[in-house]
Design a binder for this molecule. Structure first.
Ligand code: NAD
Ligand code: IPM
Ligand code: MN
Length: 368
């Protein structure tokens, strides 16, 4: 049987820097755990625009549809800020999500013990935190029509439309309930049913799916603005949070800070099962291309490496090896290894992106 296939799309800014560390980790699993992957690489984002005049070439899109998993670094940067909207780097990423139909975006926020002191919140608020935000990723205001900037009278009007069908809500709700059953069996659904009709429908459908198919799971509903407040007040009250595309984007950045740094937060974007039974899948860190630190060897590669751990778990049925990798990262942090984003006090010396990668490889060796 051939090896499972992975398409790597490093992207822009710190994307290639953190992805270089992931490649080392992938090679380690091939050499030391007999888990070999067929890895290919391509362009997405600004770098694809520079070469092809589009942030995602059709050939790259086709490859992404064929492989067992896609790993993406990050896209975007100031160089591309003034491009026409239709060819902006971010459009490449949104096209991948939409055409692969990756409706369920898993964004875990876990606080590693070694970083509990580092969070901007009090240690007892975040120590031991382990929550999962499930963000709907292929619909809502990101994709709804009508959209655009039009002229009305003597001024311009910017338009985006929040639109959700019942089936779109139902499928992401099911993925939240399924995941909750493997965790602490609790789902909190967030919307703004007090001001948005799409929020009313969201709440109704989540409740209906719950009552009909998952009555054993504890379900609560919360307005998303209160949810943002509760996430920083008492995040450990949550197990699984399920929410729409835009609220999920914002709430997951807030949750990132609970873990210490945006450089720590991985994600998995999952769609329907393919013919081989694996879900369509794309794995990427939650952070962006960090233009302020790009090219300086300062980026924290952990979010991207943890995204590969999610690939091991959700695409390749290697939960034990995913745990091995997560434990190696935990061990490295416990030994005090810190990239610049994880340093609090002046006078401490950060390690570089590649030194962090090497430290994780060493901890992986120690795990054997
Ligand atoms: P960003 O996530 O790139 O950066 C926000 C802050 O976090 C910066 O100070 C950055 O230095 C820091 N940071 C982020 N990742 C880090 C890491 N791994 N290690 C250390 N520090 C890290 O968000 P932004 O500045 O709002 O966006 C920059 C560009 O990235 C924009 O073009 C945006 O559209 C794009 N973006 C892309 C993605 C993606 O590809 N998935 C996600 C978010 C933003
Ligand atoms: C994310 C990013 C993207 C989003 C952008 C870059 C399109 O912020 O993955 O969180 O808004 O979804
Ligand atoms: Mn975001």
């Amino acid at each position: 049987m051939s090896n499972p296939s992975i398409l790597i799309l490093p992207g822009d800014g710190i994307g290639p820097e953190v992805m270089a560390e992931v490649r080392k980790v992938i090679s380690w699993f091939g050499e030391k755990r007999d888990l070999a992957f067929d890895v290919s690489e391509d362009l997405v984002g600004g770098c694809a625009y520079d070469k092809h005049g589009t942030p995602l070439h059709d050939d790259t899109m086709a490859k992404a549809q064929e492989v067992d998993a896609v790993l993406l670094g990050a896209v975007g940067g100031p160089k591309y800020d003034n491009l026409d909207f239709s060819v902006k780097p971010e459009r490449g990423l949104l096209r991948l999500r939409k055409e692969m139909d990756l409706f369920s975006n898993l964004r875990p926020a876990q606080c590693f013990d070694a970083l509990a002191d580092f969070s901007s919140l009090k240690k007892d608020v975040v120590a031991g935190l382990d929550i999962m935000i499930i963000r709907e990723l292929t619909s809502g205001i990101y994709f709804g029509e009508p959209r655009g900037i039009i002229n009305e009278g003597n001024e311009r009007v910017g338009i985006n439309t929040q639109r959700y069908t019942e089936s779109e809500i139902a499928r992401v709700a099911r993925s939240a309930f399924e995941l909750a059953r493997k965790r602490n069996n609790k789902v909190c659904s967030m919307e703004k049913a007090n001001v948005m009709e799409s929020g009313i429908l969201w709440r109704d459908v989540v409740q209906e799916i719950h009552d009909a198919e998952y009555p054993d799971v504890e379900l609560s509903h919360m307005y998303a603005d209160n949810g943002a407040m509760q996430l920083v007040r008492a995040p450990k009250q949550f197990d699984v949070i399920v929410t729409d595309n835009l609220f999920g984007d914002i709430l997951s950045d807030a949750a990132a800070m609970l873990t210490g740094s945006l450089g720590m937060l991985p994600s998995a974007s999952l769609g329907a099962p393919m013919a081989n039974g694996r879900p369509k899948a794309l794995y990427e860190p939650v952070h962006g291309s960090a233009p302020d630190i790009a090219g300086q060897g300062k980026a924290n590669p952990i979010a991207c490496i943890l995204s590969f751990a999610m690939a091991l778990r959700y695409s390749f049925d290697q939960g034990d090896e995913a745990t091995r990798l997560e434990d190696a990262i935990e061990a490295v942090l416990a030994q005090g290894a810190r990239t610049a984003d994880l340093l609090g006090n002046e006078g401490e010396t950060p390690i570089s992106t590649s030194e962090m990668g090497d430290a994780i490889l060493k901890a992986l060796d120690d795990s054997l």
